[in-house]
Design a protein around this ligand. Structure first.
Ligand code: SF4
Ligand code: SF4
Length: 369
């Protein structure tokens, strides 16, 4: 069966206000058919690392909260703590960061609950029949929620090529231990001659795998590295890169297996939304938001995360490239923008593997509202 992906095209000439269009989208995707009275509904999103602006904004979520409440559910906004040392590495800083970005329960009608607990110890072990894993380590409050609604900002990603619903679930519902398992072995490619000895990467490396030698040049202890990717993000001197020789395909497969653990273990289907606007080249963990690579496309929704990601990817690639941006010059509509940005990664690998795991279908029917 072909999955329905509902698309609120931002460029459509309909004049309905935001709340009305969002309500129409939520009705179309069938959110009302899965929320039951008294449900605790986890709305899984990314609150944006300090310094980003492109993440999903709090006021964009108001109609989603209102819809769930009207169906009798009690929504809460949630995410899990990160591997890297930023503003979201433990729950106190994470909740404060969400508050700084305006996720205020008094305004939005839903509290922020960091789902894996203070230091990521709130964990459930969930079985998964994958090639890489037989069990996954997931955030307790997401597993315990009666219903899961994911809200993703669709954009590029340094390791995954692009970030959408599957990444939001696979990496985003995992505890720190689960994240480490997915990243395992993806340490940086080190270029000590470019290093200026600023020490910023040493500070963010929770595994203490990076050190400055007597000449103030960076060195990596590969045994200690857990592949969290935090250091790639902080070096402004091109001394640390993604090591494309390591197995990106295995990383994408591991992430898909975590998504399968999180979604296929749930008693009821989850609902997935993707905001395809401000499509930045990198993720919302970076601490800044670069210029978008294509015009704003809209908001998409589906019960099928694979179909949703595929539809977002196809729409972004079909759109005209936006310049000036991080895109290489000379791209045309239809060219693979994320592959041009992150040449070592083919995001389709993730979608194909997710489909093979039974997470959904890549074939979809796009239905505009
Ligand atoms: S952040 Fe870059 S320049 Fe600074 S110490 Fe690390 S590798 Fe060297
Ligand atoms: S060296 Fe390894 S563990 Fe340390 S920040 Fe980089 S990727 Fe993470």
């Amino acid at each position: 069966m072909v999955a329905d992906v509902w698309w609120w095209n931002l460029r459509a000439a309909r004049r309905s206000p935001y709340e009305v269009r969002m309500k129409r989208l939520l009705k179309a995707v069938g959110l009302g058919s899965v929320v039951r009275s008294g449900d605790l509904v986890a709305v899984k999103l990314h609150f944006g690392e300090q310094g980003t602006t492109a993440h999903v904004q709090p006021l964009e979520l108001v109609p989603i909260v209102a819809f769930i409440r009207k169906c009798g559910g009690a929504p809460f906004f949630t995410d899990t703590n990160t591997l890297y040392v930023g503003q979201r590495g433990e729950s106190v800083s994470h909740a404060l960061q969400a508050a700084r970005h305006g996720f205020d329960p008094n305004l939005l009608g839903a509290p922020v609950i960091i789902a894996d607990g203070l230091k990521s110890g709130n964990e459930r072990v969930v079985p998964v029949g994958g090639t890489h894993f037989q069990e996954a380590y997931l955030a307790g409050d997401i597993v315990d929620a009666d219903l899961l609604v994911t809200v993703s900002h669709f954009k590029g990603h340094e390791l995954a090529g692009f970030g959408g619903a599957i990444k939001n679930v696979g990496m985003g519902c995992a505890t720190r231990r689960g994240k480490m398992r997915q990243h395992g072995g993806l340490g940086p490619d080190v270029h000590p001659t470019h290093c200026v000895g600023c020490g910023q990467c040493v500070e963010v490396c929770a595994a203490q795998a990076l050190r400055l030698d007597a000449q103030k040049r960076i060195t990596l202890d590969r045994e200690a590295c857990v592949g969290c990717a935090a250091c790639f993000l902080v070096c402004r001197h091109s001394a640390l890169h993604v090591d494309w020789r390591t197995d990106i395909v295995a990383f994408l497969e591991r992430m898909a297996e975590y998504a399968a653990a999180a979604l296929l273990s749930r008693p009821r289907p989850s609902v997935h939304l993707a905001f395809v606007r401000a499509v930045t080249p990198g993720c919302d963990c970076l601490g800044y938001s670069d210029a978008p690579i294509c015009p704003d496309i809209g908001v998409l929704a589906s019960m099928d995360p694979v179909a949703l990601d595929q539809a977002c990817l196809d729409l972004v690639n079909a759109a005209p490239p936006l310049y000036p941006s991080a895109l290489p010059e000379g791209l045309a509509p239809g060219d693979d923008k994320f592959h041009a940005l992150h040449p070592g990664v083919r995001g389709e690998v993730l979608l194909a593997y997710a489909e093979a795991l039974g997470l959904g279908r890549r074939e979809y029917r796009l239905r505009e509202i």
